[in-house]
Design a protein around this ligand. Structure first.
Ligand code: HEC
Ligand code: HEC
Length: 287
């Protein structure tokens, strides 16, 4: 028997009398009240009050607080979208028109559900917090944008001359070894694009993890296209797929911090880099 039950038993007499002392008068008052003329009026007033409280509560959820939104943005979004929304791994948000979030409803959805595979949804935010983050993101759109130093038309020529299209698709043209770049300007900011070209290993997207499979014949390097407990599929730079049973491999390595994209550091001039970054930043998909 627990201490609480013992205590309850010991005070059993008192407990019972307390119940009758409280319940009996309540019943009497209740019956009295029910028979009174004020019955209907009281019920109606009670309902009005409940309704009031509920309306107030639902409005409170919609009242966006940009200061709260700024704090939430700094703790949960800055990592990818940069201080003041200047962008980074994620696109800049200090633009008046966000392609994926043209209106408030869509922006709320982007914040809550994220955009697969890279942007996680902030499902832990309450509706009021989402509204606050949205309000803050909209204030970013009113800020002036950083101008790009390069020239997009010259950049298109650099892109062509350097053979970038051998591994990347833009508007249906090119090779599919690397990620498609048709709308890269909506996904990454200029700083990230510059880094992707001269220091590609600094950030390798999840879908482009490098693997090296060593068989009796030799080693094959490529993008890990698929993997389960027993097999691994590797996509090589010539666009072919190789499939291996893990048990047959001598070694399967995943060199961390390496990219399958060659670094163009020293292979493009500063001016060419500015131009090709401008070209990429302006690739915004079909419009
Ligand atoms: C782990 C990185 C990451 C985090 C954290 C993140 N995002 Fe994103 N976000 C991205 C990426 C990458 C994209 C581009 C996705 C795409 O278009 O495929 C994106 C896209 C967006 C877009 C659409 C932009 C457009 O041009 O239409 C908005 C708006 C946005 N994010 C807001 C937020 C907010 C607000 C938060 C914080 C609550 C947040 N993001 C957190 C990576 C992130
Ligand atoms: C041999 C193939 C190959 C060539 C040539 C190549 N790339 Fe890449 N690129 C890749 C691969 C693979 C990735 C993904 C891995 C990574 O980001 O490091 C990538 C990633 C990128 C990214 C980052 C995409 C993202 O989502 O963040 C950009 C931007 C890019 N390349 C631009 C270029 C440009 C510009 C050129 C030409 C100057 C070029 N690439 C030439 C294979 C290549």
């Amino acid at each position: 028997m627990s201490a609480v039950q013992l205590e309850a038993n010991r005070s059993g007499g008192l407990g019972r009398s307390a119940v009758s002392h409280v319940v009996k008068p309540l019943l009497v008052v209740g019956v009295d009240w029910l028979t009174s003329d004020w019955k209907l009026y009281s019920i109606a007033m009670m309902l009005v009050n409940v309704f009031w409280v509920m309306t107030l509560a639902s409005h409170a959820q919609d009242i966006a607080d940009p200061a709260l939104g700024k704090r939430l943005f700094e703790s949960q979004c800055v990592l990818c979208h940069g201080q003041n929304g200047t962008g980074g791994r994620g696109p800049s948000l200090n633009r008046p028109n966000l392609e994926k979030a043209p209106d408030d409803k869509r922006l709320d959805r982007v914040i809550g559900e994220g955009i697969g595979p890279e942007m996680p949804g902030a499902w832990q935010l309450s509706p009021r917090e989402v509204a606050s983050v949205r309000a803050y993101v909209r204030t970013l759109g009113a800020m002036p944008q950083e101008p790009l130093p390069g020239d997009a038309t010259r950049g298109a020529a650099v892109y062509r001359d350097k053979g970038c299209g051998g591994c990347h698709i833009v508007m249906g043209e090119g090779g599919g070894f690397g990620p498609e770049l048709s709308a890269i300007g909506t996904r990454r900011n200029a700083k990230h694009l510059r880094e992707a070209i001269v220091e590609p290993a600094a950030f390798v997207p999840e879908d482009y993890m490098m693997v090296e499979a060593t068989t009796a014949v030799g080693t094959v390097r490529g993008v890990r296209a698929n993997e389960d407990a027993f097999t691994v599929q590797v996509k090589t730079a010539d666009g072919k797929f190789a499939s291996y049973r893990k048990a047959d491999l001598k070694a399967l390595r995943r060199p961390a911090g390496q990219s399958l994209m060659p670094s163009y550091k020293g292979k493009v001039t500063e001016a060419e880099l500015d131009d090709v970054v401008s070209y990429l930043a302006n690739l915004r998909g079909r419009q």
